[in-house]
Design a protein around this ligand. Sequence first.
Ligand code: SF4
Ligand code: FE
Length: 493
Amino acid sequence: MPLMTGEQYIESLRKLDTKVYIFGKEEKNWVDHPIIRPSINCVAITYDLAHDPEHEDLMTATSNLTGQKVNRFTHLHQSTEDLIKKVKMQRLLGRKTASCFQRCVGMDAFNAVYSTTYEVDRKYGTSYHENFKKYLTYVQENDLTIDGAMTDPKGDRGKSQGAQADPDLFVHIVEKRPDGIVVRGAKAHQTGSINSHEHLIMPTQAVSEEDKQYAVSFAVPSDAPGLFMIYGRQSCDTRKLEPGADVDLGNKQFGGQEALVVFDNVFVPNDRIFLCEEWDFAGMLVERFAGYHRQSYGGCKVGVGDVIIGAAALAADYNGAQKASHVKDKLIEMTHLNETLYSCGIACSCEGHCTAAGNYQIDLLLANVCKQNVTRFPYEIVRLAEDIAGGLMVTMPSEIDFKSALQIPTESGLTLGDWCNKFFKGTEGVTTENRMRILRFLENICLGSSAVGYRTESMHGAGSPQAQRIMIARQADYETKKQLAKDIAGIKE
Ligand code: SF4
Ligand code: FE
C-alpha cells in the first residue's frame, strides 16, 4: 500500500475493534470522541506531511528492507544523516501541532528491537531478528502507527519484578505453547496507544535470570482479544465537551494522548515474538529504546518550544509590552534554552554509530544529556512565557461570557459580552478575541491539557531525570578523565 493520507489513517482506525474505556464506560466511537480526537488529528499530520513536497525529504525515507519509499516514522535509520533528519522531522511536527504527535515511540521501538534481536539471535541461535524484519515489512507496507510500549506500572519500586505482591505489575509470560505465548500485565501512560494500529511491547527494565518470564518483547494488534485500554485524563479535558468550545481550548485541533494498556491473557503467535526469556538482553533493549527516545525530545519539545516562544512574543505585542527591554531579554532567554535542547538532539545524532545489525544508534551519553536538559529547560521556558503573558492568562472569563448578549441591568445598558470586550482590550488594532486566543493557548500549554505533553512529559517521558543520571554516570568514563588529569599534572603512581 502507498503512503496513507491523514484521512485514510483516521478511517483505518475505525476498522479496528479497539476496546477503549473513558469516564467509567466503554466508548465505541472513540475516533470521534471530543477528548480523544485532537490526539488522532496529531498523528494524522504525520501522514499528511509525507505527501507534501516541501517536507518529503524529512518525512519519508527509502526502506532498507523493501527498497520502497516509506514514512520516516516506520524507518530504520541507515546513517547519521537519517538520525539528524529524524530530529528535524520531530521539530517540524512540534511546530505544526504544539503537541505530542505520538508516532515516535513506534519508530524508536523499531530501531531498538531491530538491533537487539540481531544480537540475541547471534548468541542464542533464535530467529527473532527474522521475525522482526517480517513484522516491520508488514508495518512499512501498510504504513501503520505502532505504540512502542515500555513502561510497566511497576508497583513497589523497592522490589524486583518477581518479588511484587501482584505478579501482573510487570508484563510477563504466563504460558508457553507450541504455537506461541500467553502474556499478562499492563503498560502505563502509553503515548498514542489508542490510536495505534498495533503495540510493540518491550521490557521496562533489566531482568535477572530468576525473573526471566518478564524478559519478553512481542507485537499484537490493538484489538487483540484480552487487550483493552483506559484513557488517561488531562487537566481541563472536559472543556472539550463544552458545546461549541473553541477559544477556551487554546489548541482546538491537536493534543496528546496517554492510556493504560491492559493485557489480560493475550495470545502472541510465535512469529510475533522478539524476545522470550533471554533475560540478559532486556537491559540492552531498554537502554537502546530509551536512548532513541531521549534523542527524540531534542526535536519534538523544541518544535513545541518554537510555538510557545511565538505565542509569548504575540502576547507581548497584544499587551503593548513588546518594546520593554526585559520582555526582549526573556524572549532571548527562551530561544537560547530551546536551541540548546535542539543542539543536544542534533549532537547525539551526529555522533551516532552503526550497530551490528546495520541500523544507526545515537550517542548514548549525549542523548541522555539531551533528555536531562529537557527535564529542566521547558519548565523555565514556560515560566518565562507565563511571566510575559501576565495574570490574565488564568483570570479571563469564559468565551461564552465574551460572546454573551445578556443585557446587564445597569445604567449603560451594555451586554455581558460588551463589558468583557471593553475591559480586556489590549493594544489598538488587536481584537479582544485574538488576545484571548493567544492567552488561552499559553494557558493550555502551561497548565491545561497540553501541559501533559510539554511540561510533565518533559520531566517523565522517555524516563525520569534520575534514569538519565544513572546513564550519564555509566557513560562518563571517569577513569579516562582521571588519567588525563594525571598526565598533565605530572602524577606517576
Ligand atoms: Fe514523539 Fe515527543 Fe511525543 Fe515522544 S513526546 S511521542 S518524541 S512527540
Ligand atoms: Fe513521550
